[in-house]
Ligand binder design. Structure first.
Ligand code: FE
Ligand code: CA
Length: 523
C-alpha cells in the first residue's frame, strides 16, 4: 500500500498532541519504556489485519491506565520484509485513557496470503517487531493450512511454556478458544506456581484491565502474539465462572452482572487485536465471525456465552455447571439455545454457502454428549449430563448436526476447549444409537495451565460413551492442526511440566481425518 494512504486525520491530530504532551510524558515513561505489553495482530482478511499494542510504562497501575499520564502519539509501520527495509503502510494514532492507551490499527490494501512485519514507535521507544498474516483470496486453492489453538491459561497455575512452543510451531494462525484470563484467585496455596494479586473475583473495569495487563507482561504469551495473527473467541472466565447471557452463576448473588459483563467485555476488546466492528456497543459485543482460507478451509468462530438461554435446572442456589438426569426436561427444550438463534441462523447459512473443502468451527466447549456421574441436591449419586456445555443445550447440538447434514457440509471439524483435558470424538445425531452416522469430528485441546477435574470418574464412564475415541486429563498443552486437501491431522502437543518455566514439548497423540470420511483415525 502506498504511504499516502495513512490516516491523515490521525496524523494531524497526533502532531498537535505530540507537541503539547510529548515532553512531560516522556520524562515519566523513561524508566520502563511504554511497550511492556508486547504487540499482537489478529482478525485477518485477504487485504490486511489488525495490529495492536498498548502504551503502559507501569502496566499494573491501580487505576488500570498503565501509568501513562496522558494521551500520546504512536507511529506504526508495516513492512514487506523481516529486515524492515520495505515499508508498505504507515500512520500515526493517538492513545486515549478511554481505551486504556491501547492501539488497534486496521491495516488494509495489503497482498493476500503472506506474512508481513510491523513495529510501533512512541515516546522515543520502539516496540518489539511483530509478524502478521493475510488470508488467501477467497477463490484461491491453497495447498496447506497450519493452525494452533489454545484454551484455559490460569496465570497462577503454571508458566506459559505451551504458548512459547505454539509460537515456534510456525503456524499460519493461532486460535484462542476461551479462558484466556481467569477472573478468580486460587485459594489453595499448594497449587499456586506464581501469584497474581489475591483478591475476590475481578469485577471492575480497572481490575479487568489489570488482569489482562499482567498476562500480557508474560514473555511466552508475548512471543506467541508476535508470531502471527490470531482468531479469538472467549469462554466464561473472561467474565465469571459459568455465566450465561446476563446471568451470574449464583442465583442469590447481589452482584450487578450486566455491569461486570460490560467491564469485562470492554477490557477484552481493548486488549485483543479485534476490529472496531467487535467493540462494545450498548451491552453487547459481536465476536462471532467467519473466515475463509481460500477454498481449502472455512473457519467459523463462535460465541458460546453471550447469547445463551438460562442454564437448565439450577442446583439449589447455583446455575453453574452440574450434572442433571433426564428428569430435567428443560435441558432438551428446543426453545432454548446455547448460541442464540441469530448466531445459529448465521452459522447454518454459512454452512449452506461455503465452498471450502474443510469446514472448521472454533468455539469454547466440548460438543459431544458425555454421560457422566454426579450428585443431586441431596448428595445422591446420579448419571446424567453436564449443564454448562453443549450437553446443557442438546437441541442446539441437534440443529447444528442437522444443518451440517442438510447442507451436505464437507468435512466439518469442531475445535474446542474449556474442559482442561484432551478429547477426540465423533459427533452423531443419536449418540445412543450405534447405527447413527458420524456427521462431524471433534478435537478438544487441554488447558495451557488450568487444573483438570478428577480423571478417574471420566475414565470410568468412557465405555458408556463409545463416540469418545480419546480422552486424557493429565497433561497441559495445545493442539496443532495441519490441513491439506486430502486430510486433516491434529496433534495433541503436551508440555513436560506446567511448573517448569523451561518445560519441553512432545506429541502425546496424533489423529487424522481423511477427506470425505467423518471419522477419528489414530496415527
Ligand atoms: Fe478453563
Ligand atoms: Ca470455561
Amino acid at each position: 500500500m502506498p504511504i499516502g494512504s495513512l490516516d491523515r486525520r490521525a496524523l494531524l491530530f497526533g502532531a498537535t498532541s505530540l507537541a503539547l504532551l510529548a515532553r512531560p510524558v516522556l520524562a515519566q515513561v523513561a524508566a520502563n519504556g511504554p511497550f511492556t505489553q508486547g504487540v499482537a495482530s489478529g482478525d485477518p482478511a485477504a487485504d490486511g489485519f489488525v495490529i495492536w499494542t498498548r502504551l503502559a510504562p507501569d502496566p499494573l497501575a491501580a487505576d488500570g491506565l498503565g501509568g501513562l499520564p496522558g494521551p500520546a502519539d504512536v507511529r506504526w509501520t508495516v513492512y514487506a520484509d523481516d529486515a524492515l527495509t520495505q515499508a508498505v503502510a504507515k500512520g500515526v494514532a493517538t492513545t486515549s485513557p478511554d481505551s486504556a492507551h491501547t492501539v488497534h490499527i486496521e491495516v488494509g490494501g495489503l497482498k493476500p496470503d503472506r506474512f508481513y512485519w510491523y513495529r510501533f514507535d512512541a515516546l522515543g521507544a520502539q516496540s518489539p517487531v511483530g509478524r502478521a498474516r493475510t488470508m488467501p483470496l477467497e477463490t484461491a486453492q491453497p495447498k496447506a493450512l497450519k493452525l494452533v489453538y489454545a484454551s484455559c491459561s490460569h496465570y497462577e497455575m503454571g508458566y506459559f511454556s505451551a504458548y512459547r512452543h505454539m509460537a515456534t510451531e510456525n503456524p499460519d494462525f493461532v486460535m484462542f478458544l476461551g479462558d484466556y484470563i481467569y477472573e478468580y484467585s486460587e485459594k489453595n496455596a499448594s497449587k499456586i506456581v506464581r501469584r497474581h494479586e489475591q483478591m475476590p473475583d475481578v469485577r471492575t473495569l480497572a481490575q479487568f484491565r489489570n488482569r489482562y495487563a499482567l498476562y500480557r507482561t508474560d514473555k511466552d504469551l508475548q512471543a506467541l502474539h508476535a508470531a502471527t495473527s490470531a482468531l479469538i473467541t472467549w469462554d466464561d472466565h473472561e467474565v465469571q465462572n459459568d455465566y450465561g447471557g446476563f446471568l451470574s452463576e449464583y442465583m442469590d448473588d447481589d452482584v450487578n452482572m450486566p455491569a461486570i459483563r460490560a467491564a469485562a467485555y470492554q477490557a477484552f476488546y481493548e486488549m485483543m487485536p479485534l476490529r472496531r466492528t467487535s467493540r462494545l456497543i450498548g451491552s453487547g459485543m459481536q465476536i462471532y465471525k467467519g473466515y475463509r482460507f481460500g477454498r481449502l478451509a472455512e473457519i467459523n468462530m463462535l460465541d458460546g456465552r453471550q447469547y445463551r438461554s438460562a442454564a437448565a435446572c439450577p442446583n439449589g442456589q447455583a446455575r453453574k455447571g452440574h450434572v442433571v438426569t433426564d428428569a430435567c426436561t428443560v435441558r432438551t427444550d428446543p426453545a432454548r439455545s446455547m448460541l442464540g438463534f441469530p448466531q445459529e441462523h448465521w452459522l447454518y447459512d454459512r454452512f449452506a454457502r461455503t465452498q471450502a473443502r474443510w469446514n472448521l468451527v472454533g468455539q469454547d466447549l466440548l460438543v459431544a454428549a458425555f454421560k457422566q456421574q454426579g450428585k443431586d441436591m441431596a448428595g445422591n449419586a446420579i448419571t446424567g449430563h453436564w449443564t454448562d456445555a453443549w450437553d446443557g443445550y442438546p437441541a442446539t447440538r441437534d440443529r447444528l448436526l442437522a444443518a451440517m447434514q442438510h447442507s451436505r457440509l464437507r468435512n466439518p471439524v469442531m475445535l474446542g476447549g474449556d474442559i482442561h483435558s484432551y478429547w477426540a470424538t465423533e459427533l452423531k445425531p443419536d449418540f445412543d444409537d450405534p447405527k447413527s452416522p458420524v456427521v462431524a469430528t471433534e478435537f478438544v485441546g487441554t488447558s495451557i495451565t488450568s487444573d483438570p477435574g478428577p480423571v478417574e470418574p471420566v475414565r470410568a464412564m468412557l465405555p458408556e460413551n463409545p463416540h469418545v475415541k480419546y480422552y486424557n486429563g493429565g497433561t497441559h498443552g495445545y493442539v496443532c492442526v495441519d490441513v491439506t486437501p486430502d486430510r486433516l491431522e491434529a496433534r495433541f502437543r503436551a508440555i513436560s511440566d506446567r511448573r517448569d518455566p523451561n518445560a519441553t514439548i512432545s506429541t502425546e497423540k496424533a489423529f487424522a481425518v481423511e477427506n470425505g470420511v467423518a471419522r477419528v483415525n489414530m496415527l
